[in-house]
Design a protein around this ligand. Sequence first.
Ligand code: LLP
Length: 404
Amino acid sequence: MPENLSKEQLLQAANEFGTPLYVYHAEKIKEQYEKLTTAFSVLDTKFFYASKALTNINILRYVKNMGCEVDCSSINEVKLALHAGFEPQQILYTSNGIAFSEIEEAVETGVHINIDSLSNLEKFGKKFGHSYPVGIRIRPNIMAGGNLKISTGHDTSKFGIPVDQLDTIKDVVKATDLFIRTLHIHTGSDIKDVEVFVNGMEVLFELIPHFPELEVIDLGGGFKVPYIPGEKETDVKLLAQKIKETFDNHPVADNKKFQLWFEPGKFLVSECGYLLAQVTVVKDTGPIVFAAIDSGLNHLIRPMMYDAYHHIENISNPTGEQKVYTITGNICETDTFAADRSLNEIREGDYLAIHNAGAYGFEMASNYNSRFKPAEVMIKDGHTYLIRRRDEWSDLLNNQVEVF
Ligand code: LLP
């Protein structure tokens, strides 16, 4: 098991590359991947890293070298995955709400495709008929996930084709002679309860008899990782056992061996990442002491977007007296990273490490307030590599057309 990055390693990176800075610990990604492959060795399983969590090309290549495949949510992610060196057959494209032309583009690359609307399914059938095996994303009408914004399988969600539209799906498949190879669900993110995956499978099991050419059951991503100290991640060993039991006990799955696919994002890359920032201002307002850092919701939106808890450490003063702070950014609207949080005493100039910043951290960053996006570094085998330079002045003007 790799040790987590030490405060010294983080401080060294902050000193060398400046802040705000994203730091990723490669071996942590591998540790998480191995937990999955070990747990699921009892079943024929493939893992597709949900690259939307973090698409830095070096991370994609690291994940590929571990033996993991890749899940994409846009044609550009597909292109990044190809650029990173994945073979088309190692790439899964789970589209949602897109124009059919983007699906056609994906077909040209030869990747696996999951379709999430009747409209695109019908177009796909009319154009490709039986020639291109495809998956259907089903909305199982299951409520799951850490909060409503990241719940995707419930009965008012935009994602997937509602399971109660099975008859129409069958009509389309029959009329256009589609080759349905995969049934897919993804019910949300931050799912700790393994029963959610089992319930989703049971919904899919009801559908299996209707798709005789089916080879793959794809249960999506969504495994929980600990954000708050002491929290537990999804017990993937228990999950594998339960899924195996469900397969073993289900009559429709009995006479055919299905391959199981998962699309983990957070589970692989959340804990590997830290956002390092420097304290710019300590402001004592009486009841609240604010510590402002040289970052903001433009660099890590999760606290403001999902009320997400991110653990924060003062790596410059690890033995300082515990005091209560509200950690904020430098953006011109409320951008609280943590409210009323106990931390070792903070002085202006101290470096803070914000944990669990690997997944949906840099990836959701923006240039709001015309701030630069941070640099990214990767620590692998004890060496630190710059894997994205910090934005610079020209990046702010790069795509602007100066007409007036
Ligand atoms: N598969 C599909 C089809 C997905 O839509 C997603 C995530 C995943 C896999 C990976 O889910 P994960 O294993 O990372 O939970 N920005 C939010 C999370 C949005 C997830 C979107 N879809 C956050 O920061 O919590």
